[in-house]
Design a binder for this molecule. Structure first.
Ligand code: ATP
Length: 228
């Protein structure tokens, strides 16, 4: 079943248009990679889906029109976002960050602690005192605590040391294997994306220019649109 459906999505920052027609969909249980070079509209697409910025076009989640809802309702429709730049409540403790996000479902504090033991060890510490990697774990933990039907990760491994990256990727694999959660991933690592994603959607200049099975993504297409 289609969980997220985006068609002809457009969005602007003031007078400057950033999206000109993004098409993408995520099925229940599916992992989709959203790819493209810097500045091509990936984060803007994510923000539009989460109703953090105004957009137009078709935007439905579990059959409901997200554009028809007030934006705060859309945030609770079942989309868990791990935003670019991993924003947590710096003054709150790790545990407080997690409980503030909690909504009923299979993901509880214990389960998040099992996924990221480091968060259990640092439960009483202020989020501001965590390392970059630990803050990213907390941002993922917070999103999971909302028990979303779709988890969106925007550059979750950006700027992290290789061993921490590996830990984050392992956790994403665990989330997928254990709960079959639908995931939309923005990341620069083609290698990691090809290990986990079922499909890829590529953006260039604010438009979808390619979509298909991850296994159908040829070196020519990645070279042209992703630049590796
Ligand atoms: P990156 O990987 O660099 O984050 P991206 O694919 O996520 O790239 P976006 O951040 O969505 O790209 O940017 C798409 C376009 O919108 C770019 O031209 C960018 O300069 C512009 N843009 C992004 N954020 C803003 C903003 N707050 N105000 C004005 N323009 C913006």
């Amino acid at each position: 079943m289609t969980l997220l459906e985006v068609q002809g999505l457009t969005a602007s920052y003031g007078a400057s248009q950033a999206l000109f027609g993004v098409d993408l969909s995520v099925d229940e249980g599916e992992v989709v990679a959203l790819m493209g070079r810097n500045g091509m509209g990936k984060t803007t697409t994510v923000k539009s889906i989460c109703r953090m910025i105004p957009s137009e076009g078709r935007l439905t989640f579990a059959g409901r029109d997200l554009h028809a809802m007030p934006s705060h309702r859309a945030a609770r429709a079942g989309i868990g976002l791990v935003p670019e730049g991993r924003r947590c409540f710096a003054g709150l403790s790790v545990a407080e960050n997690l409980t503030a996000a909690a909504r009923p479902g299979p993901w509880s504090m214990d389960r998040v602690h099992a996924l990221f033991p480091r968060l259990a060890e640092r439960a009483g510490q202020r989020a501001a005192s965590l390392s970059g990697g630990e803050q990213q774990m907390l941002a993922i933990g917070r999103a999971l605590m909302t028990n979303p039907r779709l988890l969106i990760l925007d550059e979750a491994t950006e700027g992290l040391a290789p061993v921490v990256r590996a830990e984050i990727w392992a956790a994403i694999h665990t989330v997928r294997q254990e709960t079959g959660m639908a995931i939309l991933l923005v990341d620069k690592s083609l290698k990691e994306l090809s290990r986990i994603a079922d499909r890829a959607v590529i953006l260039a200049r604010g438009r979808t220019v390619w979509a298909g099975a991850m296994t159908a993504l040829s070196p020519e297409i990645t070279q042209r649109h992703v630049g590796v």
